[in-house]
Design a protein around this ligand. Sequence first.
Ligand code: FMN
Length: 216
Amino acid sequence: MLQAILSPADLLTTLGERYATKKFDPSKKIPHETWHALEESMRLSPSSFGIQPWWFIVVDTPEIRARLLPVSWGQSQITDADRLVVFATLKQVENKHVRHYIEDMAQTRGLRPEDLAGFEQMLQTAMMPKANIEWNRRQSYIAMGFLGLSAALLGVDTCMLEGIDPTAYDNILGLTDTDYATVAAVACGYRASEDDTIPEKRAKSRFPLDEVVRHV
Ligand SMILES: Cc1cc2nc3c(=O)[nH]c(=O)nc-3n(C[C@H](O)[C@H](O)[C@H](O)COP(=O)(O)O)c2cc1C
């Protein structure tokens, strides 16, 4: 059984304090161990059929961050946050991607790829026809959610960023000739104290629970 590691009240406190950070403090760095756990939170995200149609591109190079800024509506999170992750997804799941998955799973579970022939065929017939870029993007958003929540639980601020030009990102990040395309980005770091959008200064805007949760 999963062990609860925090109380419901603590979870709600963290969710209430989390917000889409507009201003990061560029001097504050995420400790190495914390960042490693956040990279793992993306890798351990679920995906439909387990296909993992994603790359998580951590943009470490300041010059590349500077080039991304003007194609991100000039949003300061791109350059000020300690870490920037660009979520890229497969344009289409093909036979070679299914094969890679099967070989990886066989190795992990001490099997031969032939042992998974039935599963491989099911992926080819039931998944591949629908695993286009739209379907793959949806998988990436789940990983974004995992990163955002995991970061909040570790006291790290984030801002998910769809306000970017994905085609320009593909060019700058060298994705154009790959099987992957940019979906969105997530900036991670620590809030600047002068950020006016911190929840204590600006109440979180959410519809009431009984409006959005329907019991039937
Ligand atoms: C997929 C997605 C894309 C977003 N893109 C941006 C963005 O480009 N810039 C930004 O400042 N906030 C962005 N946000 C943040 C939302 O505006 C924010 O989550 C929402 O207004 C609720 O506020 P809160 O997260 O502070 O509670 C994005 C959020 C999501 C989930």
